[in-house]
Write a protein that binds this ligand. Structure first.
Ligand code: ATP
Ligand code: MG
Length: 458
């Protein structure tokens, strides 16, 4: 990490905002690290006489030597004025009205400076202390203090390549510290998702959370249940599919957010004394992080299968204890966990259905019946379900036999597999299975119930 010398001119602006300018030669942000499209937008705004800054996560990431995944611009031009400057621009958003300048696959988000306080002239709506609409345009100072963390409120000015800091964010970045701007409790009440953002950004950046910013989280965690389910879904994807899933998970646990975000999983983990379920979950998240690092796809369905597996296991055991047969219990457990989680997190069906399939396929890995083996191998969700089975090894090595079998089976030709399974297998149907030789049937039965019931041991 480059050395960051302390900087120069300090100007008092409001009681909250004091401008500190860090000139180009004193900070490490170079134009070659900024997206050319973002630079284009900045220069065009400036040439049209508007103020134009790179802002938010991109400035923060560049200061700590990370590669920003998107570049946001702040300006004193209104969205309509921005639209007039760029043909490739569309206006979006109700809660925040924004301009998107579109360059092929890259979108540069251009936001007009906004204020956090309403004198009645703007378009702002509060609901019980919560912000529901926020289109009050303001000055750059006001724009800075309405942001969440000081590290997220730094402005890189295209006119002189300096960094403008109104809230002490530069120093906090140097100290690798996340600190809310203003009164933490009030800021969390305005928008409880900021609690998740604190954990997520600390995990991503390797920052500590400032004491005053950390303290209210456990106390205010229940407010998160009021957040919009669609927003929580998006935030969960960011928490767990950005390459820092393990650290994010540990942060959620540490700050008491897990019981609000994933209540049934948190309860299942708390009652699983062996710690096997947690081991598996963390192992799965580690795998997800590795995939993200290698730029391999990591699916939300698999992620949610993992995150809600402890909840599913717990529900399954409960239903089996009520005397339901394994298959029925599995289906009902899957539905129940999904429906309960949907109350707080909007998991779309295109992810919840494959998530449930991954769970329900687990009990089928104990089969060695030829046609069933073939059918499972051809199942569109086989690979995901198999990868999930491998993860379950972290919880219990009783799955090793099945993992070995299915690892081999995937690579064998039809004949090899038939030979391995023996041609004398009965044809595939439930009735045929019932009619299987007693010794085999007993063995299979034991394995089946063992497999369906095995979460009990995890
Ligand atoms: P990353 O993109 O790495 O996830 P980010 O900080 O860029 O992190 P975004 O969601 O892209 O996060 O938000 C961009 C900027 O908008 C933030 O840096 C912050 O200044 C501001 N911001 C985002 N969410 C909030 C919020 N809930 N409250 C106040 N300001 C916010
Ligand atoms: Mg961002």
């Amino acid at each position: 990490m480059p050395a960051f010398p302390r900087s120069t001119g300090i100007t008092a602006i409001t009681p909250q905002a004091t401008l500190q300018v860090i000139p180009r030669e004193q900070h490490p942000i170079s134009r070659k690290d900024i997206s050319p499209n973002a630079l284009r937008v900045l220069y065009r705004l400036r040439d049209a006489g508007f103020a134009a800054y790179l802002v938010g996560g991109a400035v923060r990431d560049l200061l700590v030597g990370q590669h920003p995944k998107d570049f946001d611009v702040a300006t004193d031009a209104t969205p309509e004025q921005v639209k007039q400057l760029f043909r490739n621009c569309r206006l979006i958003g109700r809660r925040f009205r924004l301009a998107h300048v579109v360059f092929g696959g890259e979108i540069i988000e251009v936001a007009t400076f906004r204020a956090n306080s309403d004198d009645g002239s703007g378009d702002r709506e509060m609901d019980n202390g919560r912000l529901v609409r926020d289109n009050v345009y303001g000055s750059i100072e006001e724009d800075a203090v309405r942001r969440d963390f000081t590290a997220n409120a730094l402005y890189y000015a295209i006119e002189d390549f300096s960094v403008r800091d109104y809230v002490g964010g530069y120093e906090d970045v140097l100290a690798r510290r996340l600190k809310l701007i203003g009164d933490p409790e009030q800021r969390y009440r305005e928008d409880p998702v900021r609690m998740l953002r604190a954990v997520r950004l600390a995990a991503k950046l390797g920052f500590s959370i400032d004491e005053g910013t950390a303290e209210p989280i456990a106390r205010l965690a229940p407010l998160l249940a009021q957040a919009a389910p669609a927003r929580l879904f998006e935030e969960i994807l960011k928490l767990f599919l950005s390459g820092h899933a393990v650290a994010s998970f540990e942060g959620l646990e540490k700050f008491g957010l897990l019981p609000v975000l994933l209540p049934e999983t948190a309860a299942a983990l708390a009652s699983n004394r062996s710690g096997a379920l947690r081991r598996m979950l963390v192992e799965g998240l580690r795998g997800t992080d590795a995939r993200v690092r290698l730029d391999e796809p990591a699916s939300p369905a698999f992620l949610f299968a993992l995150l809600l597996w402890p909840a599913y296991c717990r529900a399954l055991i409960g239903l089996q204890a009520q005397g339901l047969d394994a298959e029925d219990a599995a289906r009902r457990a899957a539905d129940r966990v999904t429906v309960h989680q949907l109350q707080s997190v909007a998991l779309p069906r295109r992810f919840s259905l494959p998530m449930q399939e991954i769970w329900l396929l687990q009990s089928r890995f104990s089969t060695r019946q030829r046609r069933r083996v073939m059918r499972l191998l051809a199942h569109p969700r086989f690979r995901a379900a198999y990868d999930f089975l491998v993860l379950r090894l972290a919880a219990s090595d009783s799955h090793a036999v099945d993992v070995d079998f299915w690892r081999e089976a995937q690579h064998q030709s039809g004949e090899e597999l038939a030979a391995a399974l023996g041609v004398a297998q009965p044809p595939d149907s439930y009735t045929a299975e019932e009619g299987a030789p007693p010794s085999k049937r007993r063995r299979r039965r034991r394995r089946r119930s063992g497999s369906a019931g095995s979460p009990a041991g995890e």
